[in-house]
Design a protein around this ligand. Structure first.
Ligand code: ADE
Length: 334
């Protein structure tokens, strides 16, 4: 299990405050000594600037002094989705940042940072932003469960999102919703309706799908192995339990699955050019039985998704050599 990184749960933000106060004190003392020794003002300013730059660069990341090793950020909506991966960590350390629990460590030997976001796009955006700011991940993977929109999918099957969109963002007219992106606050450029997943991460997911061992599914038509498919995931701030809404999402957005966080994570990563992919295992069919099905299939679905993600992380770095040789047994839904 992970240990608390800092005494009394102090996170990097709190440490920064302490360092800033310490810095002001040091500057005041240095000024006094300089006055005594007679160092000129411009030399003094140069020395202070160098010290500030060194201090700032040392507190910009939780992984101080290990900048060269890439970090994979892994997010899930619910605590259980992340605990499954946390239990597999070595060198686990807990970081409390603005009260949110992040865990750093190694998964299959690779450096990762984990966190659960809570439900919905605002929670997801907040946690993703904190993760990006404090852990500077080279890639972000979202793991979790989703409602199946594509009738070919059953609980236990996994959708790897090739692209992901909000299903509730745009212009609502009497003819219905016209999907539109909003402008990024970073560069004022309009976001696309669909955020495309990173190509390398999609390949990695394919590779992992050919290797991962997922539990056998028991369906009304007998037993079968779960499918891992590439597809379209849509996101909104409502839990969908309506066949009618499913049909709308299928017809208008060609959605294969629906959930409540992925597009927010994708938007933040897209705007900051951080490679991302959203992986979701079907827990229900987003129809009138969705709430009961979620309760029945949640644990199995969360485990399937996190197993695929763990397999992906384990393969990081070995991608080029293996991609050509792996025959992936997945089908493209489109
Ligand atoms: N996550 C899992 N099932 C879902 C559903 N039916 N709607 C939205 N998010 C979900």
């Amino acid at each position: 299990m992970a240990e608390l990184a800092d005494a009394q749960g102090l996170g990097p933000c709190v440490r920064k405050d302490v360092e800033v106060r310490f810095l002001s004190l040091a500057v005041a003392k240095a000024r006094m000594r300089i006055r005594k020794k007679g160092m000129n003002h411009s030399k003094f300013v140069t020395v202070v600037c160098i010290v500030v730059i060194l201090l700032c660069s040392s507190c910009s990341s939780v992984f101080r002094g290990t900048k060269t090793e890439e970090v994979t950020g892994i997010l899930g909506a619910f605590e259980q989705e992340i605990v499954i991966l946390e239990d597999k960590l070595t060198e686990g350390k807990v970081h409390k940042i603005e009260g949110i629990r992040f865990v750093s460590g190694r998964l299959g030997g690779k450096k990762v940072a984990l966190a659960w976001t809570g439900i919905g796009t605002v929670n997801a955006a907040m946690t993703t932003t904190l993760m990006i700011e404090h852990f500077q991940p080279s890639r972000v993977i979202f793991t979790g469960v989703a409602g199946g929109i594509n009738p070919q999918l059953s609980p236990g099957d996994i959708v790897v999102a090739e692209k992901i969109a909000y299903h509730d963002m745009g212009l609502l007219t009497s003819e219905g919703l016209l999907y539109q992106g909003v402008k990024s606050r970073l560069d004022n450029i309009e976001n696309p309706v669909f955020f495309p997943a990173d190509e390398q991460l999609l390949k990695l997911a394919e590779q992992a799908a050919g290797r991962v061992k997922l539990g056998i599914l028991r369906t009304s038509k007998g037993e079968r192995s779960p499918k891992v498919v590439k597809g379209v995931i849509v996101t909104g701030d409502t839990f969908i339990a309506s066949k009618e809404k499913c049909e709308e999402l299928r017809n208008k957005l060609k959605a294969d699955a629906v959930e409540m966080e992925g597009a927010a994570v994708a938007q933040l990563c897209y705007q900051r050019q951080i490679p991302f992919v959203v992986i979701r295992c079907i827990s229900d069919k987003a129809d009138e039985a969705a709430k009961e099905d979620l309760a029945t299939f949640y644990v199995m679905a969360a485990e399937n998704s996190s197993s695929l993600v763990a397999e992906m992380v384990g393969l990081l770095g070995s991608q080029q050599s293996q991609t050509e040789n792996v025959k992936v047994k997945n089908q493209d839904l489109k």
